[in-house]
Design a protein around this ligand. Structure first.
Ligand code: FAD
Ligand code: NAI
Length: 497
């Protein structure tokens, strides 16, 4: 009796303790502190973008010594690894975004955030021009501001290879609005296929979901789509859902080129079990409202009718990036993106511009992992530069006050140490991808044989907990967990907004 009473008491203490801690952090998250105002005597850092690179920088930088200004057309950070789940309503879009002000309001010194597109960078005169392109505008919408340092982290845009029909008819999967559009179109296709009198041929077309690109984006989207069909659509649309087909088109001989052969084979066999057709060595040449034109391995051209087309064929530099490259023609010649040195300094503007993430052409893959490590690195560089400035001011003051030689050389030694800035070093934590029916593949360098290709509850829970732990805030973690629980209880919502 005494033992169980003791156990019960321990349980209550732990439960109340955890709830109390949770409540404390929730309260903290909603009550940002007072901040120091911006100070015109301090240097200004302009950050372009609010994605992985920029947000990681903002999280880690000490703003006391700088006036930081953030410019981005989205006033939030988007957790892209979970974006494919939004396309079928496993997660609500709002659950995987974090308002940028939730990050900046907790910094020591005020950070200015402008929701606008940067449209021009002048690396010679050190200014940026940005424009409010939202639907609602005030009398001021275009502004030019100077910077001491620029952090360029605007990412990339979708590669369309100049195929006009792609922009017109396909859905991308990069922004939050893309995922929401896919979800609406998907339900639309199913509803239209169910209309009385629809011909078999038209039903086949409307229910043919084509994905272009066998990189991780295309694979994860196809996987989520299959899950949605199997666990929800079949139940609510029994008359049409079993006619839904998913086809993935890839130009190369195999999918997921960055993963090992074992993991590729595992994904291919999982897709086969889940009736997802993979067409490798098929290159999409054109797209119109109803068909995708592909070049088959034998060289002939074939039309594939589709209802929903998701274009996940990779990325290319944004026009702003190309324009910045054109401003530094001697130093920027790589069409893949901006060239930087090993300290993330932009070649040709080393003294004032840093570039990171997908916008750069480096030896690192264009991943969230690399961009966030670069953002954190750059924050450390700025923190070190601030310390250096403080020491230099101290030395100047000591000299002015006539300090003795030993005191001066002490400060000089500290300056010498602080001036040594280490280059960026990437640490690969592994790659992880969800491939459907609660299976995931992982390539983790820390593990002996480097690879996990498995299914079932354990891998699935590992995949989910890895992503939850990567989410930036308690708020997002709670929202994502609540969405998963909602889907577990009630299934996904099949209504169209
Ligand atoms: P982004 O995160 O793209 O941020 C760019 C920012 O710039 C955005 O805030 C944008 O609004 C802003 N911007 C755009 N134009 C302008 C302008 N003119 N002026 C100012 N700001 C501008 N990587 C992984 O490592 N693991 C994963 O599991 C993973 N999953 C992914 C899933 C999907 C569906 C996608 C699309 C990508 C995924 N990635 C993943 C890749 C990862 O998202 C990118 O590598 C990462 O976002 C790059 O970070 P970034 O800061 O360079 O760019
Ligand atoms: P990607 O560039 O990796 O893949 C695009 C694929 O589309 C390529 O395999 C290419 O051969 C194919 N393709 C291009 N044009 C084509 C055409 N006309 N017809 C047929 N196929 C065509 O792009 P993705 O998947 O968007 O990934 C971008 C980056 O984001 C990568 O670095 C990736 O590692 C990262 N990412 C990582 C994820 C993860 O780790 N789970 C998830 C999503 C993205």
């Amino acid at each position: 009796g005494g033992f169980f009473r003791g156990l019960k008491r321990t349980f209550y203490v732990l439960a109340i303790g955890s709830l109390g801690t949770y409540a404390y952090f929730v309260y903290q998250g909603r009550h940002p502190p007072d901040q120091l105002p911006q100070d015109p005597t301090k240097k200004t850092i302009v950050v372009l973008g609010s994605g992985w690179g920029a947000t990681s920088l903002l999280k880690n930088i000490d703003t006391e010594e700088y006036n930081v200004v953030v410019i981005s057309p989205h006033n939030y950070f988007l957790f892209t690894p979970l974006l494919p789940s939004v396309t079928v309503g496993t997660l609500d879009g709002r659950s995987i975004v974090q308002p940028t002000r939730h990050t900046t309001r907790f910094k020591t010194r005020e950070v200015k955030v402008y929701e606008a597109d940067c449209e021009y960078v002048d690396p010679i005169n050190k200014t940026v021009t940005f424009e409010d392109r939202s639907e609602v505008k005030g009398s001021v919408s275009k502004v030019t501001i100077p910077y001491d340092y620029l952090v360029y982290s605007v990412g990339t845009e979708n590669q369309t290879f100049g195929i006009e029909g792609v922009k017109k008819h396909a859905c991308f999967l990069k922004e939050l609005s893309d995922a929401e559009k896919i979800r609406a179109r998907l339900i639309d296709c199913v509803e239209s296929a169910a209309i009385k009198g629809q011909s078999e041929e038209e039903i086949d077309r409307l229910l043919h979901m084509v994905v272009v690109g066998g990189g991780p984006t295309g694979i994860e989207y196809a996987a989520e789509l299959r899950d949605f069909v199997e666990s929800d659509l079949i139940r609510w649309y029994p008359e049409v859902a079993n006619k839904l087909r998913v086809t993935l088109v890839e130009a190369l001989p195999n999918i997921l080129p960055m993963f090992s052969q074992t993991l590729i084979k595992y994904t291919e066999s999982t897709f086969k079990e889940n009736s997802i057709d993979i067409l490798t060595k098929h290159m999409v040449k054109d797209v119109d409202e109803r068909d995708v034109l592909v070049k088959t391995p034998s060289g002939e051209e074939k039309k594939i009718p589709y209802g929903l087309l998701v274009w996940a064929a990779g990325n290319t530099a944004r026009p702003l990036t190309r324009q910045l490259m054109a401003a530094l023609p001697e130093h920027q010649k790589n069409r893949r993106g901006l060239e930087v040195d090993d300290h993330m300094r932009l070649k040709g503007a080393e003294d004032s511009v840093f570039a990171l993430g997908d916008a750069t052409a480096t030896q690192f893959a264009p991943t969230a992992q690399a961009a966030s490590q670069q953002g954190a690195y750059l924050a450390r560089v700025f923190n070190q530069l601030a310390r250096l400035q403080v020491l230099e001011d101290k030395l100047a003051a000591a000299k002015k006050a006539g300090a003795d030689a030993s005191e001066l050389s002490g400060v000089e030694r500290q300056i010498e140490k602080a001036a040594k800035i280490r280059p960026f070093k990437y640490s690969h934590q592994g790659s992880l991808a969800y491939i459907g029916s609660e299976k995931a593949i992982a390539d983790i360098p820390l593990l002996g044989n480097n690879q996990i290709a498995s299914g079932g509850v354990v891998t699935f829970m590992f995949w989910r907990s890895a992503y939850v732990s990567m989410l930036f805030s308690l708020r997002n973690r709670s929202l994502v967990a609540a969405d998963w629980f909602k889907v577990f209880l009630f299934g996904r919502d099949v209504s169209r907004e």
